[in-house]
Ligand binder design. Structure first.
Ligand code: MN3
Length: 201
């Protein structure tokens, strides 16, 4: 099978108390695993089985809905795990910090805009910080869509993403999505976000 479930870069309890162990176990071991299985099924015996997930997302409008949903799910979650770490949080430094101040006025303004994107996304989806042509912007997508997809309303390279599907927070936070969004800031892996910022155009 060409697409495989990446291992979590930390133990399932590493993000406690902000994101609980059981949520991580189910989210990674069941939800993400299912996107991988279904992406393999949806691309089996097609030319897409040998393409990278990035290539698939960029041409997703031409592909079956199952490829869009499961390909997006696989890409988004693979990215999401790396964007968090034990002892994360705080604020970014260096070029990323400068870019945030330039494009959002301040880190606090950015944080507010990103949080609102997650809190106000109706139903299931994601909040994003994206880079396009050197500029940063906040976006949000429904379901497992992603700003790299050709169908995305706001396009760019995602450098920070937050899963706001209920499966990402319901066990610990129930209907209190804003509390989950607030907790997320304590586990953000700014080193990885900075790395993606510098690697994107
Ligand atoms: Mn999810």
């Amino acid at each position: 099978m060409p697409f495989t479930l990446p291992e979590l870069p930390y133990p399932t309890d590493a993000l406690e108390p902000y994101i609980d162990k059981m949520t991580m176990e189910i989210h990674h071991g069941k939800h993400h695993a299912a996107y991988v299985t279904n992406l393999n099924k949806a691309t089996e015996n097609t030319e897409w089985a040998s393409k990278s997930i990035e290539e698939i997302l960029k041409t997703v409008s031409k592909l079956a809905p199952a490829v869009r949903n499961n390909g997006g799910g696989h890409y988004n979650h693979s990215l999401f795990w790396k964007l968090m770490k034990k002892g994360g949080g705080g604020q970014p430094a260096g070029a990323l910090a400068d870019a945030i101040n330039r494009d959002f006025t301040s880190f606090d303004k950015f944080k507010e805009q990103f949080s609102n994107a997650g809190i106000t996304r109706f139903g299931s989806g994601w909040a994003w910080l994206i880079k396009q042509d050197g500029k940063l912007a906040v976006a949000s997508t429904p379901n497992q869509d992603n700003p790299m997809m050709d169908v995305a309303e706001t396009k760019g390279s995602p450098i920070l993403g937050l899963d706001v599907w209920e499966h990402a927070y319901y066990l610990k936070y129930q209907n209190r999505r804003p509390e989950y969004v607030a907790a997320f800031w304590n586990v953000v892996n700014w080193d990885e976000v900075s790395r993606l910022y510098l690697a994107s155009r």
